[in-house]
Design a protein around this ligand. Sequence first.
Ligand code: C2E
Ligand code: MG
Ligand code: MG
Ligand code: MG
Length: 277
Amino acid sequence: ELARKLNQTTYYFDSEVEQHAAQRVTQLTKLRQAIANRDFHIALQPKIEFATNKLASFEALARWTDSEGKMNPPDQFIGLAEQAGIIELLDIQIVELAFAAIIRLQQEGINVPVAINVSIRDLASKHYVEQLKQFPQKFDVSPTFIELEITETEAMKHYDQFIKVLSELKNLGYRVAIDDFGTGYSSLAHITELPAEVLKIDGSFVRNIGKTNSANHVIEMIMRLGNRFNFEVVAEGVETEEQKQLLREMGCHIGQGYLFARPMPLDDVIKWSKTNT
Ligand code: C2E
Ligand code: MG
Ligand code: MG
Ligand code: MG
């Protein structure tokens, strides 16, 4: 009886694993197709200056509308693209979309930077980095209008590889931000040499601000690091008026989150900007 149950369990387990693997293969085939077809869009989310409620910049977030018309959020395809070694093919399309968005925004009189998310694998790709070097001329847009967001965890794990390429891009005029800051394990020595001008406080701390001592301590610490080493500090995931207030009291001036606006398609962002800034 036990043996039969075990066998059954094993059989059940196997088929689940197989099903899962088959789904992955299907998803990856679709993703490759989407890259070939350029089926990606960006949603733009404003970053707001607390004191004035004025628009400071945008972040471009990748969206994939698949053949069934379903909108897939990044956590369903960025990781997959990274594992499959094709993330730089996707991300370079996002950079192009960001440059195009900046041109359109400027035509509408909205002159603020747009941030894009960069994976460490992008920075390891010759093609991706070459394109980044050429795009400002190709699109006739100053690189100071593009901010490259790289997560603290990836930046620190691949520090040597990261610092070299990002310093080059920063010297060309790109702005650099360290994303999800506070979740990684930055050494103080590395923080002082980061080729970046912005630290983005991870949303997990913002969510717990005023609720847990550890969240308050982490944010206070990031603010102090920011002041001491001249980083601009931006809070992500600001959802309530109270969170905004506490962040302000701690000396943070800029934030992004549902309190202000959700990520929106470019046309909506233009309408939003005209009524909100
Ligand atoms: P991230 O760069 O830290 O982006 C912030 C995420 O928080 C976004 O999720 C955004 O929609 C969400 N968010 C914004 N405000 C709030 C809020 O008030 N509350 C909550 N709960 N969430 C908020 P999204 O768009 O699903 O992106 C998830 C992650 O996927 C991003 O995290 C980024 O790491 C990655 N990602 C997005 N686009 C790209 C891309 O083009 N390339 C790469 N390599 N990664 C990307
Ligand atoms: Mg980001
Ligand atoms: Mg983030
Ligand atoms: Mg985050």
